[in-house]
Design a protein around this ligand. Structure first.
Ligand code: MN
Length: 244
């Protein structure tokens, strides 16, 4: 199956986790939180064609790592995927809003000028403002762990956004309702491990499949069919990216 937003490099034994992902034939989008982490994280995927690394600068670190933007620019030509990037409008990060915005604008402008990328994007408590910034940018945004309103969801869909849905979204009524409003052909699944936890333990990439069961309920179909839809979506996403 797949985990389209996972911090492979932050597990205690990332090489072992990568190896197990490969053994389980899992498609993994391995995201980074700083450009400095790119080399090491990319190395985890060596020899594993289903593990792809994304070049990122997490919005919650923007105020500490803005000086890595030059490194970001130099690495971008080698990166087929970008993330984790985005904006965080939550209480703890609002004070760094200006620097977050500066970093995010810089990154998406570079992505745009490079012809677009698949981007995995954080939009906590600021979905509307984030969509304002993404307007007209080349590439394919995947909004990860989306918590915006139904209206923002509609706007994001009209802009061509995809959504990666994780176990946490399925735990709330509101999350489930949002998911039920996303067309099946724009849904991917993720864990956001090891940040996201399941039963108190960091969730493992191969546990993303548990989301399939919730999707089966929402879509009124079997888990088997959900998995077929998700794989078909992933293939279409990648094919789109080759042509952009
Ligand atoms: Mn994340």
């Amino acid at each position: 199956m797949m985990d389209m937003h996972c911090h492979l490099d932050l597990y205690p034994d990332p090489f072992e986790v990568a190896k197990q992902c490969d053994e389980k034939r899992l498609y993994v989008l391995s995201v980074t939180t700083t450009p400095k982490a790119w080399d090491g994280t990319n190395r985890l995927a060596t020899g594993y064609k289903r593990i792809q690394t994304a070049l990122g600068l997490h919005p919650q670190l923007a105020h500490q790592r803005a000086n890595e933007l030059e490194l970001f620019d130099s690495l971008l030509p080698d990166a087929k995927y970008v993330g984790e990037i985005g904006l965080d409008g939550g209480k703890c990060y609002k004070e760094h809003w200006n620097i977050q915005l500066k970093v995010f604008r810089h990154i998406i402008k570079q992505v745009h000028n490079a012809g677009g990328r698949i981007m995995t994007i954080h939009s906590r408590a600021c979905a509307g403002l984030l969509l304002d910034e993404l307007e007209g940018i080349e590439g394919i945004p995947i909004l990860h762990w989306f918590t915006g309103t139904k209206t923002e969801l509609k706007r994001a869909l009209a802009m061509g956004c995809w959504f990666s849905v994780g176990p946490a979204m399925m735990e709330t009524k509101r999350g489930k309702e949002l998911v039920s409003n996303i067309p099946k052909d724009r849904v991917l699944i993720e864990t956001d491990g090891p940040f996201a936890k399941a039963k108190g333990l960091p969730i493992m990439p191969w546990e993303a499949g548990e989301v399939s069961h919730s999707l089966a309920e929402i879509w009124g179909t079997s888990s088997l069919e959900v998995d077929e839809i998700l794989i078909c979506n992933l293939k279409r996403l990648i094919a789109n990216n080759e042509s952009c």
